[in-house]
Design a protein around this ligand. Structure first.
Ligand SMILES: Cc1ncc(C[n+]2csc(CCOP(=O)(O)OP(=O)(O)O)c2C)c(N)n1
Length: 688
């Protein structure tokens, strides 16, 4: 049946096998052009799944592009959310949305998020991006169809690396148990994942026997032979009433169609540059068939509008204080995550240190532990994409005296496995170091599912847990040095993905649990030299006008805000670098509140991981009873993230120095109105 008018039942378009092959080739071309325009994304897996995508969206699935919510449509669930461009192209080629719009991939406010979000684009069934959840959602949808006595089918697209997630097997058991013959699983068995070959990272074979033993019908096909693909999908649909779910295990090639991408793990999460795109299109036999320039133009025009909107939203001051915008106050930027790897490389000789790989090892730099040091390989344990089991396994290693370290994106390192952290690690008070990488919106184009904005609530809320959020690459290295070898107990370090300003040096103090005071001393050639940093316990009150308390890469933003506040308004700011969120340096907060009476917090997180403990320290301190303290909070305001460039997101989510400064001016207005004549200098341009 396929693409149809859901009112009349008329088939709108049916594709022959040869036509499907042509469409799949074109979809590959659009895919690579969209990735190139976005400058990020997943080339390898989007290419391996494209033949199946074309068959499903253009021939096998019953759906109506004019009525995406038609209740009787087949549902297609993309459990591997990182293959979103293939999903978008399936929809576009079936007529749900314009093909050229796929060039808006990964851009701010775009419906074409880095990972699919069903609330943004009609035709997308569910929001995914955290692997291993799609099959369970598909089970739920299949059960709902049964309850409603509906005949539609539910397809669920998964990866082979993804089969390492335990949740997949809970769902597989449920589908077998409930005899969900309206459910069709598809495994894109391209044999690669991020860290290498699936068989080496964590073998999942024999997949056929596993699914069979869970009560499924199993079909193995060549996922690039269009005839086999169509037959397998159509047969699976035809066998309703069999009492068994079906899984189609499709043997595919990662990067299919582009020789320099085929079977190369490095192309998992890479986008081609312009030269590589041209080469790829040639290899795909698509020269002149993809309107590359039009697509790029479309992307450029959209991007110009995004930038205009963002600029209009930003608080304005007498001059542009943005990073490296002027002749002086220059900064160097490096990703904080590199500091984590540097520390593991330096300290990994301790025979107790054991590091877990969770299939994002290069990106979060945990692989630096063994890079160039083969003798450490026995203490490198690849666990695959299995965060929950790895968390409890780390507790087991710690129980036996090892120093286990595991890390992944903070959403998967501190949220998916929260109960395991709570019960296996914290309740037993085990010595495990957890790294939450990619904290905050500055993760960028991957979008909401990959931007950890709640992890610190959970980690700070757990008894026995210790939490550090370092401000730059150097502090990340020092914090890891300390946590790894000196601190005993559960510990969480959170760091960012993007290159952020380096604002500390080797001499800058770092004492676990003790805040630093940072004071602006005047403009200099280099931003870092303009500031003096001291341990707060060694600092004497300078009667500053206000305090900004920050952690992580919000510390550099707070410093830049202090600069804006001085230059535009003449305000003196005490910046507190509260790198340790737990245990909290309550004394430093209380002293700052007492000395300045204005306390503004700044966090790249939902407001509250930093703001509420600081507020609580103030309200609970007997020293401050009866003293009015004016407080404010900068952070993410109870919303999920978005795709976009990292610094665009810092602006959109209002966590830039400009937003801190504007809020500080507002608070200072309140302070002055309480202590002197009212002032009108709220927000925007200063009054100096
Ligand atoms: C829960 C979770 N852990 C980790 C990741 C990061 N991640 C994205 S894709 C990927 C590898 C997936 O491998 P596979 O399922 O084989 O997909 P393919 O190789 O076909 O792209 C990983 C680890 C994630 N998205 N979700």
């Amino acid at each position: 049946m396929s693409i149809q008018n859901s009112t009349t039942g008329e088939v709108l378009r049916s594709y022959s096998i040869d036509e499907l092959k042509q469409q799949a080739a074109l979809m590959r071309g659009y895919d690579l052009a969209a990735l190139c325009a976005a400058t990020s994304g997943h080339a390898g897996g989007t290419l391996s799944i494209m033949d199946i995508t074309a068959a499903l969206y253009l021939r096998v699935a019953d759906h109506d592009p004019k009525n995406p919510n038609w209740p009787d449509r087949d549902r297609i669930i993309w459990s591997t959310g990182h293959k979103a461009p293939s999903l978008y192209l399936g929809l576009a080629f079936a007529g749900f949305c314009p093909k050229e719009d796929v060039a808006l991939l990964r851009k701010l406010y775009s419906p074409y998020q880095g990972h699919p979000h069903w609330l943004k684009l009609p035709g997308v069934e569910v929001s995914t991006g955290s692997l291993g959840q799609g099959l369970s959602i598909a089970v739920g949808i299949a059960l709902a169809a049964r309850l409603d006595k509906k005949n539609h089918h539910v397809f669920c697209i998964m990866g082979d690396g993804e089969q390492q997630e335990g949740q997949i097997w809970e769902a597989a058991m449920e589908a077998g148990h409930f005899k969900l013959d309206n459910l069709i699983g598809i495994v894109d068995r391209n044999r690669l994942q991020i860290d290498g070959w699936v068989k080496d990272v964590m073998n999942v074979e024999p997949l056929e026997e596993k699914y069979r033993s869970f009560g499924w019908d199993v079909v193995t096909i060549n996922g690039h032979d269009m005839k086999q693909v169509v037959e397998a999908l159509e047969n699976a649909k035809a066998k309703a009433g069999s009492g068994k779910p079906t899984v189609i295990i499709a043997d595919t090639v990662k990067g299919k169609g582009v020789r320099f991408m085929e079977d190369v793990a490095g192309w998992h999460g890479r986008a081609p540059n312009r030269e590589e795109l041209d080469k790829a299109l040639k290899e795909l036999g698509l020269e002149g068939q993809i309107p590359v320039e039009e697509l790029f133009d479309h992307a450029r025009q959209y991007q110009a509008e995004v930038e205009r909107k963002l600029d209009a939203k930003m608080p304005k001051f007498h001059r542009n204080y943005w990073w490296n915008a002027g002749e002086n106050m220059k900064v160097q930027m490096k990703p904080t995550r590199l500091g984590f790897g540097q520390s593991l490389a330096a300290n990994g000789d301790d025979p107790r240190v054991v590091c877990f790989g969770l299939d994002i090892s290069g990106s979060i730099t945990i692989s630096e532990f063994y890079a160039g040091k083969p003798e450490r390989k026995s203490r490198w344990i690849s666990m695959g994409i299995a965060e929950q089991s790895a968390t409890s396994a780390a507790a087991g290693l710690a129980k036996e005296g090892k120093l286990p370290v595991f890390g992944t994106y903070a959403t998967f390192a501190a949220a998916r496995n929260l109960d395991q952290i709570r019960t296996s690690i914290c309740y037993g008070n085990f010595n495990v170091l957890i790294a939450g990488a990619h904290g905050g919106v500055s993760v960028g184009p991957d979008g909401a599912t990959h931007q950890a904005l709640e992890d610190l609530f959970a980690m700070c809320g757990l008894p026995n847990m210790n939490v550090v959020v370092p401000c730059d690459i150097i502090e990340t290295r020092k914090a890891t040095d300390y946590l790894l070898l000196k601190h005993v107990g559960p510990k969480y370090i959170r760091f960012a993905r993007e290159a952020t300003p380096i604002v500390t040096d080797e001499k800058t103090p770092f004492v676990f649990g003790k805040a630093n005071v940072i004071r602006l001393r005047g403009e200099t050639a280099n931003f870092i030299d303009a500031f003096e940093t001291k341990l707060e316990s060694e600092y004497r009150d300078e009667c500053e006008d206000l305090t900004i308390v920050a952690c992580g890469p919000m510390v550099p933003e707070a410093m830049r805000a202090a600069w804006i506040l001085k230059q535009d308004f003449g305000y003196e700011t005490r910046v507190l670098n509260l790198h340790t969120l737990k245990p909290l340096d309550t004394a430093a907060i209380v002293r700052a509140a007492r000395d300045t009476s204005v306390v503004l917090t700044a966090e790249e997180h939902q407001i509250g991981a930093l703001a509420w403990p600081v507020a609580s320290a103030i309200t609970q301190s007997a020293e401050l009873y009866g003293i009015p303290i004016i407080t404010g909070a900068i952070g993410v305001k109870d919303r999920f993230g978005d795709s976009g460039a990292p610094w665009e997101l810092i602006k959109e989510f209002e966590v830039s120095a400009e937003h801190i400064a504007a809020k500080a001016v507002e608070l200072m207005g309140v302070k002055k109105s309480q202590t002197g004549p009212p002032v009108s200098e709220v927000h925007l341009v200063g009054t100096k």
